[in-house]
Structure formats: structure tokens, C-alpha cells
Design a binder for this molecule. Structure first.
Ligand SMILES: Nc1ncnc2c1ncn2[C@@H]1O[C@H](COP(=O)(O)OP(=O)(O)OP(=O)(O)O)[C@@H](O)[C@H]1O
Length: 575
């Protein structure tokens, strides 16, 4: 039976639960206690293949449960390996057996949390998992590596731990690349290939993402030998039931940021939501926006790569605990981040490419729930909207340019997106508290809506932005020359039914060792400068301090015209 609050993206037709996919009872208990009853389509199709030890390249829409796929495979593969070892060896075993790479520190920490939850119910003595990320003290990683079966980390840090011999690789039999297309970009590629080489040839490699383009897929082919492809979205991986709208919003011609901030505030006030993520391209504006929102009573904070890692983790923690209503950020958290109560995403600027657009809006509507994504679009950005729509087939509707803008959005969200209840009474109480604080704060701040220091007199340079978007090959009609074994959505079945899945886990490669192709040698890039996430700061400002960056151009806010447009999307729940 369809769950009322989950869309078709995460529903399976088969009458199955995780016991059909997972053999270890403690892991099953961990899945249940984490709230996972029935597998999603990507879990159903991919877990059996991964447990066989096959190399995989998997694609499924944002928020459909890819983390559980590779976490389960990693845990089962380790349990299987340990069951074959003698009990003394098991007791003495303290070496890493799986390495999971993610492009940002925040994603790595999130994956670690998922794994720790899964092993909590009886496996925590057997399976240890630590995140090893840039910006945190390396001596802690060295200590943790004395006993760590699963390493989750960012490429720069993991590579330097391997290079210095602190991360012993002789027992590692599984390498996972989360957000694999991102990890194949220039900024990470050398490190990822060096890690793959350092882990030796007897390993299973699995790659996951919501988006791949053909160039990046070709790069992956050098790393993942003979993979089975599980690709669950044909064409653009938009979430189900998305209808997108855009609307004109009156703003003044000058004081661009002031106008966008005001439009955002009106949006937050008119459209019901629990938590929102607001994306900006300039990190220097993030602090201004937080100041503005706080003055208006909104509990808001920002996260970007310019702040310390401890602060970044603290901000994420507050967002997850529902102590914030608005999280302002750069593309640092455009991918992978899963914050349960976020049901609105706002693009204050459009992102640099269509993939980032899809990843950003995928921060809401998680696991088939309802969500709303709104882009506040300037006249000069309309071309980018057209590119997203026409070349990449992303549905973005325009809202009427009249006073009904917010009424429309309100109706839209009132009928669908906001009907999802908060899950627990504590959340409801917290929501009421935050709303009361906001109203009080708003009353205080109403007399003072001049935003200090946000006036922007930069020139119109967003043609470069359009150009970058336009230069990307259109998704439709794009065909890979290479023949691939591809499993697509519900119409195609995995070659293996769950019943056929043998109790092997991850180590099939041992019987059929592969020889890795030559991979790049050590890069001369400073590992600690990269730390996994600098690829997320494409649009720099004078405050930026951590080179190198992969993007050459600098986008500046254009001058503001008389009107602006908002684009939005909703991912409504299944009826
Ligand atoms: N079988 C399941 N049943 C219920 N909830 C699930 C299940 N699997 C995953 N989830 C939940 O779905 C949400 C999204 O999962 P996850 O972060 O793994 O998605 P993802 O596919 O990796 O997304 P992204 O592409 O954005 O990284 C999480 O909150 C997770 O707890």
C-alpha cells in the first residue's frame, strides 16, 4: 500500500521488506530502529548486486536512499569477511576494510552517522566507523585508525592518511564513491585515483550519484572495472510530482540584494514551511542575509567554506536539531545533505550548472516527501531558466507577474507541501516556539529594515554564467558511445532477485582479482588546502582564501531591473 506521504520515487511494487535483502539479524534490527521498513527502488535493485561483490555505478534521484545502499553493503561485506577469519583474528582485527569517499566534510559526517545508527543495535563492537575530514585535527584520525573498520572521508584527508601510512590498506576490499560525478571533477580526481591505486586491485568499487554526465561517466570507467550500471532516472532526475512555477516579484531597480532579501522575506512570511535552505552564489552576502533575517525575527545561520570546520559542524547540528528556520549557504551543501524538516529551498541566485540546480532543489522533498523550491530570478537570469527548461528538460513554470504571486504559492503549498505533519510532538512544540520568537523578533525589527552594507553596485557580468550553462551539452539526446549493462527503473528488473542473492558480501573480487589500470600518480596539490569541499566555492569574492578553485569565472550580481521572476517547484506527496 502506498504511504500517503511518500511519492512514487521511493515506493516499490514488490511486497518486500529489508529481510529479503539483508541476512544479518543485528543489521536488520539496526535498519528497523533507524526507521527503515521497506526498501526504496534503488535499495531493492542495488543491494543484492553490491552484496555479490560486483562493481557498480548507480544513479537514483536525490533523497531516495542511496546512503543506505552502500552502508548496508559495506557492513555486510565486513561481517562476511570477519566470519571467515578466526576468532582471534577478529578480536585483533582493527584495520579498515571499507573506504567511503564524499566530496564534502558535511556529507562524510552524515554518512558516518547513518552507519553508526545501523550498527547501534548489536554490531557496534564489530564495526567501527569514523569520519576523517579536512579542517579537523589529523592526530584524532590517527588515533581513530587504531580501530576503524569503515573510513568515511574527504579525498584530501584520506589520501594523506594513506600516503603517510596511517591508514593501512591491506584489508580494504571496498571503495565507495558518493556523489561520484563530483569526485571525478578536476579538483578531486587526482586524489581519488591515487586513493584507488593505494587500495590495491582486490577491491570492489561502487559509485553513486543523482546525476552523471557522460564525460564524468567516462572518467569513472577508468576506476570502476566492468561495472553494472543501475540507472533509475531516464532523462532529468527531477523528483516525482514536481510542478514548477515562477512568478514576477516587484523589486526596485537598484539595491539588488536589498530587493532580493526583501522578496525572500516576503516569501518566508507568506509560504508555510518548517525549515528552508537558501542558496547564494556569493559567500560574503550570506552573512548579510543572516543579519537581515535575524533582524526580521528568523532564526537563521549560514554555512560556507570560509568558516571553521567546528563552526560548520555546529551550524549543521543546529539545523538538524530544528533550532534554525533558515539555513543560508553556498553550494557547499547543495549535494548529499539530508535535513529532515527542510521543506523549502530558495535559490537567491541560480546555480552555475543544471546538475547543481537539481542537487540544490533535491535538498527538499527528501525520501518522497513534499517540498517546495523557489528561485528568485532576475531578468538577466531568465536565459538561464530557459536553458534549464529547454536544453535540460527541467520543468520550471512561471508564476503570473501580479499580486497573486504569493497567493498562488501559498495555495500551492497550503494544499500540498505543508500538509506533511511534523513527525513528533517535540518538533511541533519547537515549531510553535520558533514561530513565537519570529513574530516577536519581527515586531522588534519592523522599524529597522534598512540593510546595512548590502548595497551592490557591481556590473552585469552574468553573461558568463549563462555561457557556462549554455556550454554544457544538453541532456536530451546525449548518448554514450560505450555499451553499458544498464538497469533502469521499475520496468526492468535487477538480474538477481533478492532470493538469488548469495550470502556473500563484498569479497567476490578476492576470487577474481583485477588489475587496476594505471592511475594518476600523486598530485602536487596540497591535500589540506583541498580538504574535499573547495570545489563548492566556484563563485568567489575578495574574502576567499583557500585556493585552488576549479572555476575560472567570477559571477557578480547584475544591476537590478524593474521586475524579477521567481521559479519554484513542488514535490507533492502521492495522493
Ligand atoms: N528505506 C527507507 N525507508 C525510509 N526512509 C529512508 C529509507 N532509506 C533512506 N531513507 C531516508 O531517506 C532520506 C534520504 O536518504 P539519502 O540521504 O540516503 O538519499 P540520497 O539518495 O543519498 O540523496 P542525495 O542524492 O541527495 O545524496 C534520509 O532521511 C534517509 O534516512
Amino acid at each position: 500500500m502506498l504511504d500517503r506521504f511518500h511519492s512514487s520515487d521511493v515506493q516499490i511494487n514488490e511486497d518486500l521488506n529489508f529481510s529479503s535483502l539483508v541476512s544479518n539479524p543485528e543489521l536488520l534490527k539496526g535498519l528497523t530502529e533507524s526507521g527503515y521498513q521497506r526498501p526504496s527502488p534503488i535499495q531493492l535493485k542495488t543491494i543484492p548486486l553490491g552484496r555479490l561483490g560486483l562493481d557498480l555505478i548507480a544513479q537514483a534521484k536525490s533523497g531516495t536512499g542511496k546512503t543506505v545502499v552502500f552502508s548496508v553493503i559495506a557492513i555486510e561485506s565486513i561481517i562476511s569477511a570477519l566470519s571467515k577469519a578466526s576468532s582471534t583474528a577478529v578480536q585483533q582485527d582493527q584495520q579498515p576494510r571499507a573506504v567511503i569517499l564524499a566530496p564534502t566534510r558535511e556529507i562524510a559526517v552524515q554518512i558516518q552517522d547513518v552507519i553508526l545508527n545501523l550498527v547501534r543495535a548489536g554490531l557496534k563492537e564489530t564495526i567501527t566507523c569514523h569520519s576523517m575530514i579536512g579542517g579537523m585535527p589529523i592526530h584524532k584520525d590517527k588515533e581513530n585508525l587504531r580501530r576503524c573498520s569503515i573510513v568515511v572521508g574527504t579525498p584530501g584527508r584520506v589520501r594523506s592518511l594513506i600516503d603517510t601510512g596511517h591508514l593501512r590498506t591491506s584489508q580494504v576490499r571496498l571503495l565507495v564513491l558518493d556523489e561520484a560525478d563530483k569526485l571525478m571533477e578536476e579538483v578531486f580526481k587526482d586524489d581519488v585515483f591515487a586513493i584507488a591505486k593505494g587500495l590495491g586491485s582486490q577491491k570492489q568499487v561502487m559509485a553513486f550519484s543523482a546525476t552523471y554526465d557522460d564525460d564524468l561517466l567516462s572518467q569513472l570507467d577508468h576506476l570502476v572495472k566492468n561495472p553494472v550500471y543501475v540507472m533509475l532516472s531516464n532523462g532529468t532526475p527531477e523528483l516525482a510530482d514536481e510542478t514548477q512555477k515562477s512568478s514576477s516579484v516587484f523589486m526596485r531597480q537598484t539595491h539588488l540584494m536589498e530587493a532580493k532579501f526583501a522578496a525572500l522575506e516576503a516569501l518566508l512570511t507568506h509560504v508555510p514551511f518548517y525549515q528552508a535552505i537558501v542558496f547564494l552564489n556569493h559567500r560574503s552576502k550570506a552573512a548579510d542575509l543572516v543579519k537581515f533575517l535575524t533582524r526580521k525575527g528568523w532564526p537563521a545561520m549560514h554555512i560556507a567554506s570560509g568558516i571553521s570546520q567546528e563552526e560548520r559542524l555546529a551550524v549543521m547540528d543546529k539545523a538538524r536539531k530544528f533550532e534554525l528556520r533558515v539555513l543560508v549557504c553556498s553550494d557547499l551543501i547543495a549535494r548529499g545533505i539530508d535535513i529532515d524538516r527542510v521543506n523549502m529551498v530558495v535559490n537567491l541566485d541560480l546555480p552555475k550548472d543544471p546538475e547543481t540546480y537539481l542537487h540544490r532543489i533535491g535538498r527538499t522533498g527528501r525520501y518522497g516527501t513534499a517540498g517546495l523550491a523557489v528561485s528568485l530570478v532576475h531578468d538577466a537570469e531568465l536565459r538561464t531558466v530557459e536553458i534549464l527548461r529547454q536544453d535540460f528538460g527541467i520543468t520550471i513554470q512561471e508564476l503570473s507577474a501580479d499580486d497573486n504571486t504569493y497567493v498562488d504559492l501559498h495555495q500551492h503549498s497550503k494544499n500540498r507541501h505543508h500538509e506533511r505533519p511534523l513527525k513528533v510532538p517535540e518538533d511541533q512544540e519547537q515549531f510553535i516556539k520558533l514561530e513565537a520568537e519570529r513574530i516577536a523578533g519581527q515586531q522588534r525589527g519592523d522599524t529597522d529594515d534598512v540593510i546595512a552594507g548590502t548595497q551592490d553596485d557591481s556590473r552585469v557580468e552574468n553573461q558568463q554564467h549563462d555561457l557556462a550553462m549554455a556550454k554544457r551539452p544538453a541532456r536530451q539526446g546525449k548518448k554514450s558511445k560505450k555499451k553499458r549493462r544498464v538497469i533502469r527503473d521499475e520496468t526492468e528488473h535487477s538480474p538477481l532477485t533478492p532470493e538469488q542473492t548469495p550470502p556473500v558480501a563484498g569479497l567476490a573480487a578476492e576470487s577474481a582479482p583485477r588489475v587496476d589500470e594505471d592511475v594518476s600518480g600523486p598530485s602536487d596539490i596540497d591535500h589540506d588546502a583541498l580538504q574535499g569541499d573547495d570545489g563548492y566555492e566556484p563563485l568567489l569574492n575578495e574574502e576567499a582564501v583557500d585556493p585552488p578553485y576549479p572555476y575560472q569565472y567570477q559571477y557578480q550580481y547584475p544591476q537590478y531591473p524593474h521586475n524579477a521572476y521567481a521559479t519554484s517547484s513542488t514535490n507533492a506527496p502521492a495522493a
